[in-house]
Design a protein around this ligand. Sequence first.
Ligand code: HEM
Length: 470
Amino acid sequence: MTGRPVRRGRYVFPPGLRMNLPFYLFHRFFKPGNPILLFEHLRRYGRAAHYRILWNDVVLFHEPDDIREVLIDKAASFGKDRTQKRMKILLGEGLITADGETHRRGRRIVAPAFHRQRIQRYAGEIVEMAARAGATWRPGETMDIAAEMMRLALQITARTLFDTEVTAEIREINDQVNAIMALYNYLVALPRAELLLHTPLPGMRRFRRAKARMDAVVDGMISARKAEMESNAPSAEARGDLLSLLLAARDDGTGGDGLKLTPDEVRDQVLTLFLAGYETVANALAWTWMLLGQNPGAEAQLHAELDAVLGGRLPTLEDMPRLEYTGMVLAESMRLYPPAWAMGREALEDVRIGPYMLPKGTMVFFSQYIVHRDARWFPEPERFKPERFAAEAKATRPRFAYFPFGGGGRQCIGESFAWMEATLVLATLAQRWRLALEPGQRIEPQPKITLRPKDGIRVRAVGRTADRMQ
Ligand code: HEM
């Protein structure tokens, strides 16, 4: 089913739901905890779909060229949508939530820390931490690989970006994030949710406590580093981690180009990078293990590549270009289970996208989860086929048929880091271990801020060869 565009005065909207969204409360596709059901339903309207939530117009785009228009050609006509702005409750004014000049300034300060050469020096540490995690596994042992990947990715982020061993606090931060996530969807969905935060409702109190503890952990980390930097410890340049760079940019008052960060800004950037950096990669890896468990052919091919390229030794940065199939496995995993499953913008002025003319204030969304399953670009979309990411196959698709890291001026700043981390972790662990899925479990994607497996993923560790298991 598709439909004709709908005119309202000088504006032209795509077809879509006739009634305001809340009236669909009893429909199968309306489940406040799972917007993917709604997005899947709206796919039937073709190129794009329109609906209204109270007085807000919302347009969901499915067409890669329309997405390119929003993110690149007409990026200046859009800001972060209101839902994301409410993420400020959690993330303050970090890179993800800021707009306009605040965003540009934040990006100028943070970007140098993510330059290719700078992040490459983390490769060794990533492999070492992955190998150490794998060394604690025992043949036959069962575990929740989603939780295991969350722990490992958190540790990697803490050490590489912030040069801190927060192992004691790791669990705590993890728990805080989980408590916040449980409430998060409800909070951000409400208009003026910020006001609710100050009420004594039990949920709000829990949120406030969790956020305060998380801030305290990050503030503690920052003041420890600051004290160290004020003594005669190595310079930010020599140390080279992100936290030192952010603090130096504030402390010397120039940051190289006259920029300053206030203490609150440092905290918000650190927290943003912390949260954006570990949970996404952890989920990408967790889904990859599930898909490998379900697809023995692909798993065997991955093992063959790891054996051929590495011959039993641990991977290094230099191996990355030859771990081609490993990269294709990860790319195909992020097609089916994109950790960032949807993104949105808000029109800052009247704007034409494709055949539509949208008024200022329209919220536009596009969902990686939905677009990545378009059979025009990915035939048999539900099947896991890493070959889709061979160079020749990739060249035949439009740019925004696949966009796990977004695009345009706000493309993920951590993309290269994420690829390096995920590739090296997968290569290190899959070289020694197969993870067999425990039978009888229901693995369900849950779209929170990121797409995570609702009740985890239970696996049994199977050593690949006896001589490589220690
Ligand atoms: C598999 C892993 C990852 C995925 C799928 C992912 C996905 C994304 C996406 C889709 C966006 C764009 C959001 C938008 O435009 O609305 C984004 C932005 C961002 N990501 Fe990532 N990300 C990943 C890993 C990381 C890592 C490792 C870091 C940092 C350590 C990071 C930090 C950020 C930041 C700071 C932004 C905001 C950039 C801006 O608006 O200027 N991400 N990410």
